[in-house]
Write a protein that binds this ligand. Structure first.
Ligand SMILES: Nc1nc2c(ncn2[C@@H]2O[C@H](COP(=O)(O)OP(=O)(O)OP(=O)(O)O)[C@@H](O)[C@H]2O)c(=O)[nH]1
Ligand SMILES: [Mg+2]
Length: 312
């Protein structure tokens, strides 16, 4: 299942159960009083932040989510049972957008948000008895559960984003920096999905997340569904350029910058890295040079990244 960070779903709370119209019928009480019970309330739809959920792909092809309806009231003063809530598990970092407006964010493990309220239960005729009306035939039906369209957007806590034109060494650098095992291939756009790796702080007290975001096409435009939105939380952005590419670096830089511009968060530390180049041959356009094969330059880059994260 492809990595999914944006889905549109429809949620509906359960309708409330109806109130019941009933009169007591027993052999020795021929004209028993009203005994219709109330309806139960409908279940609500909740979102629950669950760290074991990787992304929003479980909602692909599962658009409609409806909580159980409340049960109807019954004779003998029996109240209908409430409908069960429907709990949808989402990864922490999921934002809930309704009519284009963010309405909630599930940031921490175990956090819940109600997104569609269940309807209220109706009222049985027993509730309407009074001194003037001993045989009321009035009941109130349950009310409808709330229904709404929502967009769920996942923003992973990406601390360090690796970006660049296709085949610039993004996956190779992710592996060198974090020990991940993203496939490295000698042809462009071999990585179609973001890949992630952990980077410990110097004192190992914290684990930062590094992401290889292969969202740029060769012409520098963002690929549709390229997930560059995941840059949003990055404090450090590593912009890679293949040192061996014959096309002038300035041209490639400009092309990639135009595409990345709208996604790079304000205040992020952006570093241009020449890939496939020993540090002592660093070209003027790069801040650092790294050879992922030999490992040269990786330690310097790690230090720069940790400084940028404030973790050193
Ligand atoms: N010698 C050398 N080769 C490198 C280095 N980094 C990447 N390469 C080579 O460049 C090619 C592309 O590397 P990848 O890591 O797959 O590049 P990418 O940016 O992830 O590419 P796509 O995901 O396909 O867009 C591979 O053949 C790598 O072996 C490096 O530091 N040194
Ligand atoms: Mg790659």
């Amino acid at each position: 299942m492809p990595f999914t960070d944006r889905v549109r779903i429809h949620v509906k709370g359960g309708d409330g159960g109806d109130g019941c119209l009933s009169f007591r019928r027993e052999a020795h009480t021929p004209r028993g009083g009203p005994d219709g019970g109330d309806g139960g309330r409908g279940g609500s739809v909740l979102l629950l932040a669950d760290e074991r959920t990787r992304d929003l792909s479980r909602f692909r092809g599962a658009v409609h989510h409806r909580a159980e309806r409340g049960h109807h009231g019954q004779g003998g003063k029996k109240r209908g049972a409430a409908g069960r809530d429907l709990v949808l598990r989402v990864p922490p970092g999921t934002r809930v957008v309704r009519d284009g407006e963010p309405v909630a964010e599930l940031s921490g493990e175990g956090q819940t948000v109600q997104v569609a309220r269940g309807g209220d239960g109706g009222v049985g005729n027993r509730a309407f008895r009074s001194s003037t009306n001993r045989a009321p035939r009035t009941t109130v039906p349950g009310s409808a559960g709330e229904a709404t369209w929502l967009t769920l957007e996942l923003r992973l806590p990406v601390d360090v984003a690796i970006v660049g034109l296709p085949n610039s060494g993004k996956s190779a650098l992710l592996n060198a920096l974090t020990g991940a095992s993203a496939p490295v291939e000698p042809y462009p756009q071999s990585t179609r999905e973001p890949a992630f790796g952990p980077l410990p702080s110097e004192d190992e007290a914290r684990l930062f997340t590094v992401a290889d975001l292969p969202g740029l096409a060769a012409d520098g435009t963002p690929r549709p569904d390229g997930h560059l939105e995941q840059l949003e939380r990055a404090s450090v952005v590593l912009h890679l350029l293949d040192a061996a590419d014959p096309e002038p670096a300035e041209q490639r830089l400009a092309r990639a910058r135009a595409g990345l511009g709208p996604f790079v968060p304000e205040g992020a530390r952006v570093a241009v890295v020449a890939m496939g180049c020993p540090p002592d041959e660093r070209p003027a356009w790069a801040e650092l040079a790294v050879d992922a094969d030999s490992g040269e330059g990786v330690d310097e880059l790690r230090s720069l990244v940790l400084r940028g994260l404030g973790g050193e």
